[in-house]
Ligand binder design. Structure first.
Ligand code: GRF
Length: 197
């Protein structure tokens, strides 16, 4: 049966577009909703253009009450009955209360070669450390930040003179290839880690 995929974003949504566009033909999944925690972002417009329901659950009115925000997010997402949630540039940390409800059904893309550089400013940290390589990782989401079983990675060399911006520009197109490929495999029941070649 076709799987339903909810995609959570906070901004431009370029990974969301890559995921949504990949789910055609004999792909085992289809997008069912795009949810942003930030109002009026480009990604919501892009989802509408693609004909996908696009909704916002603004985190700000909830202030410090993370649990209440997550309950609202969960209710909204659940209303679209997804089988899989893809975090795609979703910039809120989700607690175990939310993550636990979607255990084994939620993926994230992170712009580093995990387990290296969890958290923010990944490209700057890789350059600063003098690493030879950087990249991106798709992984299952567990309550620990940017942790969870790795499903796929893509690698690029770091070249002399790279800045966080040049590195990000080299890695983003790979994110757009890796995430759809991993989602396709995941939706087909294949959780073995892959390396994008
Ligand atoms: C991507 O680099 C993603 O890995 C990171 O945030 C960025 C989101 O970009 N978590 P977009 O919203 O998909 O264009």
């Amino acid at each position: 049966m076709t799987k339903r995929v909810a995609i959570l974003i906070s901004g431009g949504g370029s990974n969301m577009v890559a995921l949504a566009k990949s789910m055609t033909g004999d792909h085992p999944a289809r997008p069912c909703v795009v949810v942003s925690n930030v109002p009026h972002v480009k990604g919501l417009e892009r989802a509408e253009v693609l004909g996908i329901p696009a909704v916002c659950v603004d985190h700000r009115p909830f202030g410090a009450d993370r649990a209440a925000f997550e309950r609202a997010l969960h209710e909204t997402v659940e209303g679209y009955a997804p089988d899989i949630i893809c975090l795609a540039g979703f910039m809120r940390i989700l607690t175990g209360a939310f993550v636990g409800k979607w255990a084994g059904r939620m993926l994230n893309i992170h712009p580093s070669l995990l387990p290296n550089y969890k958290g923010l400013n990944t490209h700057a940290r890789a350059i600063e450390a003098g690493d030879a390589e950087a990249g991106c990782t798709v992984h299952e989401v567990t309550p620990e930040l940017d942790d969870g079983p790795i499903l796929g990675q893509a690698r690029v060399p770091i070249i002399p003179g790279d800045t966080p911006e040049t590195l990000a520009a080299r890695i983003l197109p790979l994110e757009h290839q890796l995430y759809p490929e991993v989602l396709h495999r995941f939706a087909s029941g294949d959780r073995t880690p892959m390396l994008l070649s």
